[in-house]
Design a binder for this molecule. Sequence first.
Ligand SMILES: [Cu+2]
Length: 176
Amino acid sequence: MSIARTRAKRIVHVAILAGFAVLSPAWAAPTARIILAEAAGVTVSDAWARATAGASANGAAYVMLMGGPLPDRLVAVSTPVAAAAQVHDTVEDHGVMRMRPVAEVPIPPNGMVTFAPGGLHIMLTGLKQPLIADQSFPLTLTFAHAATVTVDVKIRPLGSRPGHDAPADGSGDMKM
Ligand SMILES: [Cu+2]
């Protein structure tokens, strides 16, 4: 009974998304933002990372997630350029900014989740190659419901700030 209901809900979900895709092609988006990939129900855009200095073993990547009509969750990230990729958040602990792993990132319906320096980021540990400005690398995002999607992460020069549409977080010297 419950399995049948879940399947029925999933079919409706897919049908709604298919209709949405037909009515709202990416080129009709009102903003100038480059849509890198549109998973079923979750849109991933503005994927970027800072170039790494020297032989740094770690890096960080940032994305913008736009929720679809139903709630979803980002449950895993991976990339061939690092031994491990994991979502981290940045929290203040007695005046000290610390990073902590985040198992899942909730994506509210039609809500936007912005990864940015000083906040949510995708920690890349054990980099297998330096991240060189103006190059890019693939990043795969796995969601609880939406289809898995792989986006191209643009590497920006060291010290670059988030895109114009990301909030200024005043994180100053935060590197991750
Ligand atoms: Cu981190």
